[in-house]
Ligand binder design. Structure first.
Ligand code: KG4
Ligand code: ZN
Length: 363
């Protein structure tokens, strides 16, 4: 039961955690964790500014490591390995986290584990729930929207992905259109609480076709048009109309996610699992989407697992846990030369659908 120091700096959260546990045998013990959100630094820009993010990570990471050790009552000498996110994400932030982790590994003579941020999300449900491999995972965050079959700590089969925006990105963009602020997901969910989800029949793209991919661009355009129709000449919207748009949009996203997952579950070979339906990533914090997936799992007679809310959004406990999972599978793992990979798809064999360049697939 090693003690792993996890470092997460791939986007706009600087996070550190100290975690121990024996994957598949005992739940994780999170000895201490610290998350510093940069949301306020980016809010005025309506999205994450890479340069501001990288500077904030380098300013705060050292003191967050000290604070996490203090909270845990541990010292660096107690740490058995260092796990840091090396991709995918914003290159400046990744460099800060990965190089800090590598320097600690070198100084302490302890292994360095190069973690894929998406693998962190994908494995995070096992941190608190003893689900076995393989499981069907809906990974929904600001940058990713995929259905994956998780077969092991390093084995992911992609069944579906987005052709344009990630679900969280669609929430953020619609919130921006509605001037609800950033991040958009929680703002839309709050605005939708008093709204009528049936008032606007927004499109549910691709759900009635074969395959398990997603597309949110038609939905965004439909919301844009509706907002234009509802706006006064000063660009103002009645709060009741706004709540109805938010609720109808949220229902459409939820139907797209649940519809594609339902088809993917039907497509699975029942002999070979899956053992559970799992949701992870920032959008998994959404109550309507969580409830829809839970109903789906119940219908299929499958357990439903979602990480606790604080482990849905970016955090370092999931990075440390992914390190523990990989160490359990490969005890002598040490990756001091691992490159930083701004693009790093979980399923290396899947054909990229939403853009790929010299460095590989974006999603
Ligand atoms: O996983 P995450 O923290 O960061 C990455 O993208 O990796 O996810 C952030 C995304 C944002 O797009 C945010 O708007 C969305 O998750 N989100 C939500 C909710 N909370 C966060 N989307 C819908 N409903 C929410 N309650
Ligand atoms: Zn994330």
């Amino acid at each position: 039961m090693g003690l792993v120091l996890g470092i997460e700096t791939s986007c706009d959260e600087t996070a550190v955690a100290l975690v121990s546990g024996s994957p598949g045998q005992a739940p994780a013990v999170v000895h201490g964790e610290t998350v510093l959100s940069q949301m306020a630094d980016h809010a005025a820009f309506g999205g994450v500014v890479p340069e501001i993010a990288a500077r904030a990570h380098s300013e705060h990471l050292p003191s967050l490591i000290t604070a996490t050790l203090d909270k845990s009552g541990k010292t660096l000498a107690d740490v058995d390995a260092i796990a840091a996110t090396v991709g995918p994400g914003l290159v400046g932030g990744l460099m800060v986290g990965a190089l800090t982790g590598k320097a600690l590994s070198y100084g302490l003579k302890k292994p360095f584990l190069a973690i894929n941020h998406l693998a962190g999300h994908a494995l995070s449900p096992r941190l608190s729930t003893p689900i076995g491999f393989p499981y069907l995972l809906l990974l929904v965050s600001g940058g990713h929207c995929q259905i994956l079959r998780v077969e092991g700590p390093d084995t992911f089969i992609r069944l579906g992905t987005t052709l344009d925006d990630a679900a969280g990105e669609a929430f953020d963009k619609v919130a921006k259109m509605m001037m609800l602020g950033y991040p958009g997901g929680p703002a839309i969910e709050t605005c939708a609480q008093q709204g009528d989800a049936n008032r606007f029949g927004f499109p549910r793209s691709l759900v009635d076709r074969a395959g398990f991919d997603f597309s949110f661009s038609g939905l965004k355009t439909a919301v844009r048009r509706t907002l234009d129709d509802l706006s006064t000449t000063q660009g103002l919207i009645d709060p009741v109309d706004a709540a109805d748009v938010a609720a109808s949009f949220q229902a459409a996203v939820s139907d797209c996610l649940c519809g594609q997952v339902a088809k993917a579950l039907d497509h699975q070979d029942q002999q070979a699992g899956p053992t559970a339906l799992v949701v992870a990533g920032g959008v998994a914090a959404n109550g309507v989407i969580r409830a829809g997936l839970q109903r789906l799992a119940l219908d299929q007679g499958l357990p439903f697992a979602a990480p606790p809310l604080r482990y849905c959004t970016d955090n370092a406990a999931m990075i440390a846990w992914a390190g523990l999972e990989r160490l359990a599978a490969t005890p002598d793992l040490h990756e001091p030369n691992a490159p930083i990979r701004p693009r790093w798809p979980l399923d290396q064999t899947a054909t990229p659908l939403s853009g790929s360049g010299r460095k590989g697939a974006k999603a």
